[in-house]
Design a protein around this ligand. Structure first.
Ligand code: GLU
Length: 405
């Protein structure tokens, strides 16, 4: 495994005479996945490791979902299916978007993908090319810029500050848009900051975009159910229905239903774009695992009690993590409003985020993710998708390490 942060171009060469494509050489492997894997490996080697790295619910997938997939498997749903997804699941996702999110959607506007990442990848591949710019508010989830560059696009980062609640300012967006701007990325609730955009803030963004018809929007709503008390999730296409034909929704089962390993995501939007993304999928990965789609069908069309029960536990854990972090001297935290991360500013300790995270792992066995990977080197990201005892352990290790500096 490459060390976290090692570009593919620095990885050991393959068989002699083979060179990697420029595309592969420029690629950064996912640091969140690499750090989580490294934590597991160190633990397997006998090290005492506390991991607050990857954002992965520690709950089991609810039983009725597992049962639906098992039943589908036994019933013989083991063969190729339509590349765009099982018709019943596309219908259920369209119904969910229409009723739960207020975004009227037909099944033909839905593509079932191998997790949210493939939804983003397919969309970026069919929308973007050389010369196109992606507008990316920072801090951002680390896979967006890599997926944009894989499509040949350039990335324009729009930095946001904790003092402004990590919120994209409409005038900042207006100033960043050029004739080459093609796609704005919105992620609310946000990974890594936990920022949740209000209806009014989405309306202000919509007002800017109405002046720039060349700019489409992708809304990553994967954390939609994970909201601190007092915050609500709003789908951009529901707030600005007049823009709906250039708004794309990315979502999936991983975070809300504790289904990370199932790899069920979806992309929804304009039928012509969905058809192109489906064609791409048909030539690359074909259908998502057939029986897993039946588990997802049970999840999406089922009651939300299990989702709300897990969300309530994440609320307690988010509070535990936030309060613990705010009690550490020299560390600044804007309390997260959703998702399951905290993104404190640790710059007062005088180390860059990668150095600090490496030393944290070496000195006290705490695995967290450096903010530089999310576009802000002042911060580190801690996940509260872990048992309360693990969060408390992580806080104690962090405090002990920072106290030793
Ligand atoms: N999205 C989660 C995270 O940021 C899972 C890992 C990944 O796909 O990056 O930790």
């Amino acid at each position: 495994m490459p060390e976290p942060g090692t570009p593919v171009s620095d990885c050991p060469a393959g068989p002699s005479g083979l060179t990697l494509s420029p595309r592969a050489q420029a690629l950064q492997p996912s640091l969140t996945l690499a750090i989580a894997a490294k934590a597991k490996q160190l633990r397997a080697e006998g090290r005492d490791i506390c991991s607050l790295s990857a954002g992965e619910p520690d709950f089991d997938t609810p039983a009725f979902i597992r049962q639906a997939a098992a039943t589908a498997l036994e019933a013989g749903h083991t063969r190729y299916g339509p590349a765009a997804g099982e018709p019943a699941l596309r219908e259920a996702i369209a119904a969910k978007l229409s009723t739960e999110n207020g975004v009227p959607t037909r099944a033909e506007q839905v593509l079932v993908t191998n997790g949210g990442k493939q939804a983003l990848y397919n969309l970026f591949q069919v929308l973007l090319g050389q010369g196109d710019e992606v507008l990316l508010p920072a801090p951002y989830w680390l896979s967006y810029p890599e997926i944009a560059r894989l499509a040949g696009a350039s990335v324009t980062v729009l930095p946001t500050e904790a003092a402004q609640g990590f919120r994209l300012q409409p005038e900042q967006l207006e100033a960043a848009i050029t004739p080459a701007s093609k796609l704005l990325v919105l992620n609310s609730p946000s990974n890594p900051t936990g920022m949740v955009l209000s209806r009014q803030e989405l309306e202000a963004i919509a007002a800017v975009l109405r002046r720039h018809p060349q700019v489409a929007v992708v809304c990553d709503e994967i954390y939609e159910f994970l909201l601190a008390p007092g915050h609500s999730h709003h789908s951009f296409a529901a707030v600005a229905p007049d823009l709906a034909d250039r708004v794309f929704v990315v979502n999936g089962c991983a975070k809300g239903w504790a289904m990370t390993g199932w790899r069920i995501g979806w992309l929804a939007g304009a039928p012509a774009v969905i058809a192109a993304a489906s064609a791409l999928q048909s030539q690359t990965t074909s259908n998502v695992c057939s029986f897993a789609q039946y588990g997802a069908l049970a999840a999406v069309s089922g009651p939300r009690d299990c989702v709300q029960a897990m969300a309530a536990q994440f609320n307690e854990r988010r509070t535990l993590l936030s309060e613990g972090l705010r009690a550490i001297p020299g560390l600044q935290l804007l309390p997260p409003e959703g998702a399951f991360y905290a993104f404190p500013d640790v710059s007062s300790y005088g180390l860059d985020s990668m150095t600090l995270c490496n030393r944290l792992l070496d000195a006290v066995g705490l695995a967290v993710v450096p903010g530089v990977a999310f576009g802000d080197d002042r911060c580190i990201r801690l996940s509260c998708a872990a048992a309360p005892a693990t969060i408390s352990d992580g806080l104690e290790r962090l405090q002990r390490f920072l106290g030793s500096l």
